[in-house]
Ligand binder design. Structure first.
Ligand code: NOJ
Length: 559
């Protein structure tokens, strides 16, 4: 019997370095997660997804893996991992881990062997080494650019000391891309999948799931216009097909799909409905749906939804397009507003200037908008999202209403984007600052010392979990009510019927899902609140005048 739990799951993303620090060294760890699982159970989520905790030099916060089958001492040990999984399972929480197959760390033993071996060797054949162009091979093999800025190729020095071949890295130079046409690479990843499946994980979030296969011959390519750094449609405009994704010879090549069919077949040999979730910055949505055809992955992140502005018409379109595109292949839609790569939605939804994905925001960013408006919109946007049918992803800290940290000192920043663009792009540090758990404690209770790998703002006391727990109207109480209501009313398993008021261009979205009517006012003007019992509201209501203010979402029980 299958429950198909993943069709409706609320999945909470843990960014281990910033979640909870059990040993007080300023870096979150697995033991910290285990200690806090009770808080997550109380929040009402079904599963956690952990960003990488594997052995890594941490050049890209762990997305540069040196050993795929071990835990970095920064985060603990395999024993800590096993304890975390068994405690999560005891609480009915499933565990999804991150898998980073597009590239390894340059400290991975295979890459070190490749550097020591000769051009054309089997060791080099696991990565994408090529001779340079120009008379002496002094020019990169093609003109591709790294997602983090700068060239996507780095030249090595051969073991004999001469300037040598180049290797491809779509991300940082410390993240060499594997050659996925090589069967040895494929077999190694089957081994890695089995290693974690045998340890009891419930699934994998697959990093850069649209990038592993490159077009034959690695042809030159120049993006027609600047796209988002992850390749998504950028800015405050409605999601559109971004040519930087649609045509790039390294994104969304057809060859990736056979890899996922192979993995799906492997996962299906395990009991308990283990899942694959694709991080594929691809558009439009019908193209993303290719990743979740019945014999491929189970879920794909809905970045088109994440990138949609807080505007009723655009939201209605993306919701319809999502449900249609995924239903066409028999998959659930997913919904997401924040993660460790994007500006937190409590800040993003108030931005008044476009800010391309991956650029981040900082003190020099124009159009930062009003934080109170951002938080109001974020709460309303989450209340809308959690009423939609399908599976929803939450990013740690959004349940506290955390904003992006704007004022990080330059010398604290760690995102490779910051370094590779010489500070021109802020990158993603602002959404990765360690969580506040207790207002009055050192590091706000992140650990029991004042250490935190990124500085926490002085203004965060009021965001601490402890300060919000049990407080009516707090963002934490709102998330708890939304997740409980979503479950009690079967919304994730339901279906959506638009009601009057949701017409294109208007500021109000109204739909019914089962016995719940959802009204989202994305405009600034108050609108009439229909009759019915208020189940949840994202913000204060003027009950006397039966109005709901702007930037508010209400769930009503209707007959
Ligand atoms: C996507 C991950 O979410 C991001 O954090 C990382 O930098 C890149 N992939 C490269 O692994």
């Amino acid at each position: 019997m299958t429950s198909e739990w993943w069709r409706t799951a609320a999945i909470y993303q843990i960014y281990p370095r910033s979640f909870a620090d059990a040993n007080g060294d300023g870096m979150g760890d697995l033991a910290g997660i285990t200690q806090r699982l009770g808080d997550l159970a109380e929040l009402g989520i079904d599963a956690i997804w952990l960003s990488p905790f594997y052995t890594s030099p941490q050049k890209d916060a762990g997305y540069d893996v040196a050993d795929y089958c071990d835990v970095d001492p920064l985060f603990g040990s395999l024993t800590d991992f096993d304890a975390m999984v068994s405690e999560a399972h005891a609480r009915g929480i499933r565990v999804i881990v991150d898998l980073v197959p597009n590239h390894s760390s340059d400290q991975h033993v295979w890459f070190q062997q490749a550097l020591a071996a000769a051009p054309g060797s089997a060791e080099r054949g696991r990565y994408l080494f090529r001779d340079g162009r120009g008379a002496d091979g002094e020019l990169a093999p093609n003109n591709w650019e790294s997602v983090f800025g700068g060239p996507a190729w780095t030249r090595i020095t051969e073991p004999d000391g001469t300037p040598g071949q180049w290797y491809l890295h779509l991300f940082d130079s410390s993240q060499p891309d594997f050659d996925w046409t090589n069967e040895e690479v494929r077999e190694e990843f089957r081994r890695i999948l089995r290693f974690w499946l045998d340890r009891g994980v419930d699934g994998f979030r697959v990093d850069v799931a649209h990038g592993m296969i490159k077009a034959d011959g690695l042809p030159d390519w120049t993006p027609p216009a600047e796209g988002g750094s992850m390749g998504g449609a950028a800015g405050l405009e409605e999601a559109v097909v971004d040519p930087a994704v649609a045509q790039a010879p390294y994104w969304a090549q057809d060859g990736v799909h056979e890899i996922y069919r192979d993995w799906r077949a492997l996962l299906d040999t395990y009991p308990g409905e283990r899942i694959l979730a694709a991080e594929a910055w691809v558009d439009p949505l019908p193209r993303v749906a290719k990743w979740v055809r019945p014999d491929e992955m189970h879920q794909a992140f809905n970045f088109a939804y994440l990138e949609t502005p807080w505007q009723a018409g655009a939201l209605r379109r993306v919701i319809d397009d999502s449900i249609d595109a995924f239903a066409a292949v028999g998959a659930p839609s997913t919904w997401v507003l924040s993660n460790h790569d994007v500006v937190r939605h409590a800040t993003r939804l108030a931005l008044t200037e476009p800010n391309p994905q991956g650029h981040g925001v900082g003190p020099r960013t124009p159009g930062l908008g009003d934080p109170a408006t951002g938080l109001r919109r974020a709460r309303a946007a989450t209340a809308l999202m959690l009423a939609l049918p399908g599976s929803a992803y939450l990013y740690q800290g959004e349940e506290l209403g955390l904003p992006e940290v704007i004022e990080l000192p330059d010398d604290a920043r760690q995102d490779p984007t910051w370094f590779r663009t010489n500070g021109e792009r802020y990158g993603r540090d602002g959404c990765r600052v360690p969580l506040p758990w207790a207002s009055a404690a050192q590091s706000y209770g992140f650990g029991d010392t004042d250490a935190a790998w990124l500085p926490q703002p002085a203004s965060w006391a009021s965001f601490a979990r402890e300060a919000q727990q049990g407080v009516e109207g707090s963002t934490l109480s709102l998330y708890q009510a939304l997740l409980a209501g979503r479950r009690a009313h079967g919304l994730a398993d339901g279906s959506l019927e638009w009601l009057d008021g949701g017409a294109d261009g208007a500021d109000v979205l109204t739909f019914r899902n089962g016995d719940v009517t959802v009204i989202a006012n994305t405009g600034a003007t108050p609108v009439a609140l229909p009759a019915g019992e208020v189940l949840v509201t994202s913000g204060p209501l003027d009950v006397a005048s039966a109005e709901m203010p702007g930037d508010t979402t209400v769930w009503l029980r209707t007959a």
